[in-house]
Ligand binder design. Structure first.
Ligand SMILES: Cc1cc2nc3c(=O)[nH]c(=O)nc-3n(C[C@H](O)[C@H](O)[C@H](O)COP(=O)(O)O)c2cc1C
Length: 338
């Protein structure tokens, strides 16, 4: 397969296979792991523009990145164009981000009710204004992550994509499902393909990619410029390597038990560090952060060890297991590593 680097404004994404933003999952340690395994671009978790505008420490912590994490986008949400513009200026001043990505797809009621996330799809002209205002206030490229529509009967991605392009955005990421379907169900390849033929900015397709075959299917059926992976990367950050190897015609070996364990350990320790940093911002520090990190890791753990015997009891035990060391010991046992 002929894979071309993706250009978003002046930014070059060497491999057009990237990790989707996922609230609660795409923390810095997980993004670092995915990047090392081939993800060409990553995004922060969803960050509220109002919190950035007020520089709230509990918001700003979501804009943590590492010097090696490049290129990386700040993924922001809100509804007021002026708040987006103010937040963009602050984000650029941090000097850590290569682009600013606007969330126009989040279906969570408490967000959509305030006119943010997918609610913006009802107002394509407002999306255009937001993109324009952000571009007036920053020199970073702006992108938009959105969906095919609000519901199966309200598929207006063509209109939205045209507004995104008219506003001057550098790329559009399209999750091929309407908001009412949240994160599962069939992917509307036709809608993505149509948009690809209607706009000239790069279009990146997202939805349902769980292996190299599905990634190639997205490219072949829609002609998009790149693919974005969400749930398929949870517990399987090797998916980026698998896809890139397949596209380059190289053999791909799944990770060994030792590699799997090392990635699990890196992820869990990193998650603990993120949670400890958040804990320090609290008025009342919790003395149980290590334990909370082990608990919070349950979702990842089940996916990392999917199909192995003993995972269920380890997942149950994570509620009681108080230390990272004991979790890693249990992982070694499950993976039969001495
Ligand atoms: C737990 C979870 C959290 C998500 N959070 C966000 C988010 O903050 N912003 C966003 O644009 N999309 C979010 N998404 C949607 C994903 O980015 C992606 O579009 C969706 O999961 C479809 O891709 P997939 O089928 O590869 O998972 C989230 C999805 C999941 C499962």
């Amino acid at each position: 397969m002929n894979i071309k680097p993706l250009k978003i404004g002046e930014i070059v994404v060497e491999t057009p296979v990237m990790l989707a933003p996922m609230a609660g999952y795409t923390t810095l340690p997980f993004r670092n792991i995915c990047q090392k395994l081939g993800s060409g671009l990553s995004f922060t978790e969803m960050v509220p523009v109002e919190g950035v505008r007020r520089r709230l420490p509990q918001t700003m912590i979501y804009l943590d990145s590492s010097p090696e994490e490049r290129p990386v986008g700040a993924h922001i949400y809100g509804s007021d164009p002026d708040a987006f513009a103010a937040a963009a200026e602050i984000i650029e001043s941090l000097g850590r981000f290569d682009l600013i990505d606007i969330n126009c797809g989040c279906p969570v009621r408490k967000i959509a009710r305030k006119g943010a996330g997918v609610a913006l799809m009802r107002e394509p002209e407002k999306i255009r204004t937001i993109v324009e205002k952000v571009l007036e206030n920053t020199s970073l490229p702006v992108t938009v992550k959105t969906r095919t529509g609000i519901s199966p009967s309200l598929v207006n991605i063509s209109e939205v994509a045209q507004a995104v392009e008219a506003g001057g955005a550098g790329a559009i990421f399209i999750h091929g499902r309407p908001a009412t379907k949240r994160h599962s169900g069939p992917v509307d390849f036709e809608a993505i393909k149509r948009v690809k033929s209607e706009v000239s900015i790069p279009v990146i397709g997202n939805g349902g990619i769980t292996d190299a075959q599905k990634a190639s299917e997205m490219l072949e059926l829609t002609g998009v410029d790149g693919v974005m992976i969400g749930k398929g990367a949870i517990g399987n950050p090797w998916i980026f390597k698998e896809i890139l190897h397949s596209w380059k015609g190289l053999p791909y070996d799944p990770p060994s038990a030792i590699e799997r364990k090392e990635v699990i350990a890196e992820h869990l320790i990193g998650l603990y560090e993120v949670m400890e940093a958040k804990n320090k911002l609290r008025k009342h520090h919790s003395p149980r952060v290590e334990r909370l990190a082990c608990e919070a890791f349950r979702g990842h753990m089940g996916r990392y060890l999917h199909g192995q015997t003993g995972v269920r009891s380890l997942q149950g035990n994570l509620m009681q297991v108080a230390s990272i060391e004991s979790v890693i010991d249990a992982v070694s046992q499950i993976l039969k590593i001495k």
